[in-house]
Design a protein around this ligand. Structure first.
Ligand code: SF4
Length: 325
């Protein structure tokens, strides 16, 4: 069974931690709760941190054409607190940059924390909402400073594919940081080798670049190599994997066993692959067949591939709502 490093996650406090929303409520999110034993959360409520009370008047973002930037203001009184929020965000991020961060979960649609789809208004009171949506004032600073890190809001995590992608990224990066801390080329080679097929599924070109980097290890300084590897690794994992890339990777894996298994088993696997390509069965089905062969033929190299367990099994929840099948 794989041993995972604990990722550090920045989290909006109002998700499962504090009743600090403007109306005194807390937001429930089954996946944030489920992650608790597996990660270290750094919680923050930017609005409470700048001295606002709970409950409080709601805030909104006003797009002021005469001003250079969007303004964060109280919805009724119009009091502008943009400068306080920017000053807090800069100081908070400066502190955060001193440590390791592997993922970010912020409260959706909030004018402070929302990562997208935040409403913008022309003014206060009953003034109209603009068709254009934006990012919260705190969230945009966080995202600018942690561009390679997985960032989601609690609403998007309800989607199975988005959640799986988020979990894969945070646990892979946390494992890489454990390797980085040891500054060992041997450990880096092991990490690269164990993540080979996961990376192939995510980004075949990224895998090639990382392979070239590993190949150059005798020519470069270990710190430079680890920094460049991290940059390329986060880039390779940015976009979700797709059906074609998964099929390509599964065919590579099939190559290990095509001479070992019977004609019937081969036909069954290729048939399953076709069903996966036609979206009739999930990715986990052909992957489980390959995994079973790796165990049966005692292929330790494949058994150790992170692809088969990219994040702790207890986090697997196959429904989109998280409320059971
Ligand atoms: S969305 Fe952000 S600012 Fe608003 S209550 Fe939650 S943590 Fe605080």
């Amino acid at each position: 069974m794989r041993v995972f490093s604990k990722p550090t996650i920045l989290l909006s406090s109002c998700i499962e931690h504090e009743a600090c929303r403007y109306d005194g409520s807390m937001t429930r999110c089954p996946f944030v709760r489920q992650l608790m034993p597996f990660v270290n959360y750094i919680t923050v409520c930017p609005e409470v941190s700048i001295g606002l009370s709970t409950p409080r008047e709601a805030l909104r973002i006003v797009s002021n054409t005469s001003a250079e930037e969007d303004r964060l203001v109280f919805s009724k009184s119009g009091e502008d607190i943009t400068n306080q929020m920017n000053a807090f965000s800069d100081a908070f991020i400066e502190e955060l940059l001193r440590g390791e961060l592997h993922g970010i979960i912020l409260k959706g649609r909030s004018p402070s924390c929302g990562i997208k789809e935040v409403k913008m208004y022309t003014g206060v009171g009953k003034s109209a909402a603009l068709p254009k949506k934006t990012t919260g004032i705190f969230a945009r600073k966080v995202m600018e400073n942690f561009s390679g890190i997985a960032v989601e809001d609690e609403g998007r995590l309800l989607n199975y594919s988005i959640r799986e992608h988020f979990f894969t990224r945070i646990f892979t990066l946390a494992d890489f940081h454990a390797v980085k801390a040891r500054q060992s080329i041997k450990e880096l080679i092991r990490f690269h080798s164990e993540n080979k097929y996961l990376l192939m599924a995510y980004s075949p070109s990224g895998l090639k670049k990382l392979g070239r980097l590993i190949g150059s290890y005798e020519k470069v300084n270990v710190n430079e190599l680890l920094s460049e590897y991290e940059k390329q690794l986060t880039r390779a994992l940015t976009s979700m994997t797709g059906t074609m890339r998964n099929l390509n990777m599964l065919l590579h894996l099939f190559g290990y066993f095509s001479k070992e298994v019977s004609e019937q088993e081969k036909a069954f696997f290729l048939d399953t692959l076709e069903s996966y390509g036609n979206k009739k069965v999930p990715f986990s089905v052909p992957l489980a067949l390959i995994h079973a062969w790796a165990v049966r033929f005692e292929n330790k190299y494949l058994e150790n591939q992170t692809l088969f367990e990219a994040f702790p099994k207890d986090l697997i929840e196959v429904t989109d709502s998280g409320k059971g099948i």
